[in-house]
Design a protein around this ligand. Structure first.
Ligand SMILES: Cc1cc2nc3c(=O)[nH]c(=O)nc-3n(C[C@H](O)[C@H](O)[C@H](O)COP(=O)(O)O)c2cc1C
Length: 219
């Protein structure tokens, strides 16, 4: 991995004063009422761009997925739930491969567009000016403009109902060296990652803590 000596951390990425781990910041709870239509409500969800390739014609395609997640640490595995009617569905089922490309504020428009237009009728890479990079460990391509591309081989397809869940074993992860400092620390927090919340796209807000911070000992 090439280091990036010119990497400059954004001043805004970590506030000097995070919320104190000892301060109780819980507001007085309100009364909860049942939501009129119970459904998917685990938010924020990612809004990733999933790339794939037809194994016969070698035509690449891309679509947006909100139902994508990490599912296992060792072996590293992810899941993407896909409706059968998606053009990408058969490409991924037949090739047994897909790549999850994380999205950023700059990719927000592409993330929406690739989720409302089908590769059956248009070339979404061209339409959105996305650069296709060849896969490193698999045939499926990745998107150069994405800060992280996760190459996966399908290990299982689980029919669930509207969606089939594709479990993928991670083969390689490609990261934008721009966010890598000279100590090989990857500053993904500076990439302006995109999330999807109940019909809207957001970038991340303020950093309010870090792993294990709630039980940190006072120095
Ligand atoms: C924010 C967002 C999230 C989406 N998440 C999913 C998803 O998880 N699974 C899915 O099958 N379709 C999802 N879609 C819809 C597909 O991206 C959309 O139908 C797309 O046009 C399929 O492209 P294709 O026909 O070229 O494969 C989502 C769309 C948007 C806008």
């Amino acid at each position: 991995m090439e280091k990036n000596p010119s990497y400059k951390r954004k001043k805004t990425s970590r506030p000097k004063k995070a919320v104190s781990p000892r301060r109780n910041v819980l507001r007085k709870p309100h009364h909860k009422v049942p939501f009129p239509k119970p459904g998917n409500m685990v938010y924020p969800a990612p809004a990733v761009l999933v790339t794939c390739m037809d194994p016969v014609t070698r035509e690449p395609n891309v679509f947006t997925a909100g139902w994508a997640a990490n599912v296992c640490t060792n072996p590293p595995m992810v899941s993407v739930s896909i409706r059968k009617e998606r053009y990408s569905y058969d490409m991924i089922r037949k090739s047994g491969e897909f790549t999850i490309n994380l999205t950023t504020k700059d990719l927000a428009r592409a993330a929406d567009y690739c989720g409302v237009r089908s590769g059956r009728t248009t070339n979404k890479f061209q339409d959105m000016g996305l650069t296709i990079d060849p896969g490193l460990s698999i045939q499926a391509p990745s998107i150069r403009e994405s800060p992280v591309s996760i190459e996966c081989r399908v290990s299982q397809i689980i029919p669930l109902g509207s969606h089939d869940m594709f479990l993928g074993e991670v083969q390689a992860v490609l990261v934008d060296e721009h966010y890598m400092d000279e100590k090989e620390t990857f500053h993904l927090e500076d990439a302006d990652l995109l999330s999807y919340v109940h019909g809207n796209y957001y970038t991340l807000g303020k950093n309010v803590g870090h792993f294990g911070w709630s039980i940190r000992k006072k120095k």
